[in-house]
Design a protein around this ligand. Structure first.
Ligand SMILES: [Zn+2]
Ligand SMILES: [Zn+2]
Length: 392
């Protein structure tokens, strides 16, 4: 790239930046570090402020995973209006856009995963899927239609959407500052319960789009990049079982076994018992097993096909060598016959030479044919994974 091209390139990147999210997403972590450092230096960490951090972290991240994601975007269960208000208020405190925009984006992500239409397409790179997609002006979202149509009928969703900024500021920064003040430290409340908590909740959620499409296993499907990983589940409030989630998106759980770390599903069980949530959707066990078996079969098929391709390549090259040796043999035979007929005296020396060449070519052909038979025998043994068991 020339100097001029470089300058034009950086100019065009500059033009593409969406400045509001760019400044917000870069300045909040810096503010979190600076304010937390000042707070720790001047006042020292108090137990109520540490508790405020834990409670605010859980309430706001839970509102994203259980509310924005599993309830509003996927309708994995029904929720009482009280619970919906709770999600709308504490979800706003996570500063990830209104429910309407978040859920519409997320539905598009599921619909077009790994393709051009996917708002956080992992094929555009880890950084892009994590945060880059929010820093640049988007060309994918012209409107929330049709993906947000049903949500626009919900008055709680629309109230939050229409009053998003004041609600988010009040819940995300105002509330923790007030609670901090009640415990004698408004600065601690704002720094730790506000900015630090917000930065961590942000990146926890962003990991779902970046790491959960990068690290882990694919037990249910390999038709998209979503991965299952218990380690990611620890970081993401249980959303790390993302391969399962992309295959069975309407299940209210992401970790389906009792021992799967999914702190989003456990409170939902409690809310169901309290009557705040109902109709919690779960995928029938036989469907889950069917998906796993299908995936095992697909994986085995592709492994066998790869192994077969390697053999086929080896056989093809051997076949060409055998054919070349055969052609060479034919030429030598013809040459030897001609020499014997045409010039029995003069050509004696040449004839001797051809005879030894013929011998060598026959030897070569025998060895190549032996190799061929050996390859065929190995390949047919590969078809039977336990030959020693079938021939005791
Ligand atoms: Zn995903
Ligand atoms: Zn989802």
């Amino acid at each position: 790239m020339t100097q001029n091209q470089k300058a034009t390139h950086s100019e065009s990147v500059f033009k593409k930046i969406d400045w509001t999210p760019f400044l917000f997403l870069t300045l909040t972590p810096i503010t979190a570090i600076v304010l937390t450092a000042i707070y720790l230096k001047t006042e020292g960490l108090s137990l109520p402020i540490a508790g405020l951090f834990v409670v605010m972290y859980f309430l706001t991240s839970f509102s994203i995973t259980a509310g924005y994601h599993r309830f509003f975007a996927h309708k994995a269960y029904e929720a009482h209006p009280l619970l919906q208000w709770f999600y709308a208020l504490f979800g706003a405190a996570s500063f990830q856009n209104s429910i309407l925009l978040w859920a519409a984006d997320h539905r598009v992500h599921h619909r077009h995963v790994d393709q051009d239409g996917d708002p956080y397409n992992i094929r555009r790179g880890f950084f892009y899927a994590h945060i880059g997609w929010m820093l640049l002006k988007s060309d994918y979202r012209k409107s929330t239609d049709p993906y947000g149509r049903d949500l626009r009928q919900n008055p709680i969703v629309m109230f939050q959407h229409n009053h998003y900024v004041p609600v988010a500021l009040l819940m995300g920064f105002g509330l923790p500052t007030l609670i901090g003040a009640a415990f004698g430290s408004p600065l601690g409340g704002l720094a730790v319960g506000g900015f630090l908590r917000l930065t961590l909740v942000h990146h926890m959620t962003f990991f779902i789009n970046s790491l959960c499409h990068t690290l882990g296993r694919q037990p249910y499907t390999d038709t998209n990049s979503a991965k299952d990983s218990w380690l990611m589940a620890l970081f993401t409030n249980g959303e790390g079982y993302h391969n399962f989630h992309h295959y069975f998106a309407n299940d209210y759980r992401n970790g389906i076994r009792w021992y799967h770390w999914d702190p989003t599903k456990w409170p939902l069980g409690l809310f169901a018992w309290m009557g705040l949530a109902w109709d919690l959707k779960t995928t029938p066990e036989e469907k889950i097993l069917e998906a796993r078996m299908q995936m095992d079969e697909r994986r085995l098929r592709s492994q066998l096909a790869q192994r077969f391709d390697a053999f086929a390549e080896r056989l093809e090259s051997l076949k060409q060598k055998i054919q070349a040796t055969q052609t060479h043999l034919g030429e030598l035979r013809r040459e030897s016959a001609r020499l014997r007929k045409e010039m029995p005296e003069k050509g004696r020396e040449r004839l001797e030479l051809i005879r030894s060449e013929l011998k060598a070519a026959r030897r070569e052909l025998r060895s190549q044919l032996a190799q061929w038979r050996m390859q065929i025998a190995i390949l047919s043994r590969q078809g039977n994974p336990h030959p020693h068991l079938s021939h005791p």
